[in-house]
Design a protein around this ligand. Structure first.
Ligand code: NAD
Length: 346
């Protein structure tokens, strides 16, 4: 491997950052916050995957989003191009082979806490929409249909809400649910004492699944959480349970949840993430034939609401993602460490 000092730039100004899976809103927010850091920014529509590493320029930093494939093969190709920094403009990092990055001497940073409230509020938006059927009422009233049949919901006040994973987003969601007068029960491998003092009751996973009227997933995707919702755990839940997932698609075995919807074991399902979302989300496919029969089946249920990974999508969150990412890349490029150690993964 070439000596490290070749890569530690003394002055990051003018250094290139190539953005993969870039959208107009990425350009807007990153350009706005780049006045101080002075990087050369290149926004590429293409995702990063084994077939697209040829566009990476020698020595550039690369900035990726949640559906880019940052596996060992991609990392090897980046290392060959002298890439020393991979910046994730996301909190989750399950799509990155951190061991491969470490072995290649590539630093990886992320944005651990850009706006937990953005995602927590979206989880509540999914829940309220599904429950009170405002998405259906909107269309109905526009057709001059003012009937209420089929729009009945239930009070959240007094219901038991189960939260799986009470980190930054889960904690924000617990507080929102408490504000609605819900009883909040939670499962986390590391319970949060402050939340406990605020009235959140920690239980085993099985107990949370058993007693909750509504379940909201806020744990990361890792080996211990992969398909945490499957035919066995679905059976433990209250018949007609409401399930909300704004975390990662593969927390749920989608085929099992489809069977549970057919059996009415799941009464309402709100998804902001989907296990095969890489091929669909973040692009306009209207008019196209969708090859994925699983999502088509999911979207055919009247009690399922799918949004395309938009939990993070607020002005506040995008501002923070741009500010933190550019600051982290600047520091790493200059050979210093970011102040917030949580941004560094490798
Ligand atoms: P966090 O790291 O602050 O919290 C995660 C919590 O999950 C921690 O408390 C951890 O102890 C817990 N946990 C880990 N393994 C567990 C297990 N096996 N069972 C139960 N709990 C477990 O993360 P966060 O910032 O709250 O984000 C949570 C997830 O939300 C991210 O990993 C990401 O997948 C997702 N996310 C989605 C969006 C979106 O736009 N929809 C945006 C940001 C993050």
């Amino acid at each position: 491997m070439p000596p490290a000092d070749i890569y530690i730039l003394q002055n990051s100004k003018g250094m290139k950052i190539q953005f993969f899976s870039a959208k107009p809103y990425d350009k807007q927010f990153f350009e706005q916050y780049n006045s101080e850091t002075g990087f050369e920014l290149e926004f590429l529509e293409t995702g990063l995957r084994p077939g697209t590493t040829s566009v990476v320029e020698r020595g550039a930093a690369v900035c990726v989003f949640v559906n880019d494939q940052v596996n060992a093969e991609v990392i090897r190709a980046l290392a060959e191009k002298g890439v020393k920094i991979i910046a994730l403009r996301s909190a989750g990092f399950n799509h990155v082979d951190l061991d491969a990055a470490r072995a290649a001497g590539i630093r990886v940073c992320r944005v651990p806490e850009y706006s937990p409230e953005a995602v927590a509020e979206h989880a509540m938006a999914l829940l309220l929409t599904l429950n009170r059927k405002t998405h259906k009422a909107y269309n109905r009233v526009r057709e001059q249909n003012f009937a209420l049949n089929g729009l009945m919901g239930f009070n959240l006040h007094g219901k038991t809400i189960g939260v799986i994973g009470t980190g930054k987003i889960g904690r924000a969601f617990c507080k929102i649910a408490q504000g609605f007068g819900c009883r909040v029960v939670a499962y986390d491998i590391f319970p949060d004492e402050q939340l406990r003092q605020a009235g959140v009751v920690y239980e085993t996973l099985e107990e949370v699944l058993r007693i909750s009227d509504v379940l909201s997933l806020h744990c990361p995707l890792n080996d211990s959480t992969f398909e945490i919702i499957n035919k066995n755990t679905l059976q433990l839940m209250k018949p007609g349970v409401t399930l909300i997932n704004t975390s990662r698609g593969r927390l749920i075995n989608t085929k099992d949840v489809i069977n549970a919807l057919k059996a009415k074991q799941v009464g309402l399902l709100g998804l902001d993430v989907y296990e095969q979302e890489e091929a669909l989300f973040f692009r306009d496919l209207s008019g196209s034939i969708i090859d994925d029969d699983v999502i088509q089946r999911l979207m055919s249920f009247p009690n399922v609401l799918v949004t395309a990974h938009q939990g993070f999508f607020t002005e506040e969150a995008l501002s923070e993602i741009a500010r933190v990412t550019l600051g982290s890349v600047a520091r790493l490029a200059q050979g210093s460490e970011p102040e917030n150690t949580a941004v560094i993964l490798v």
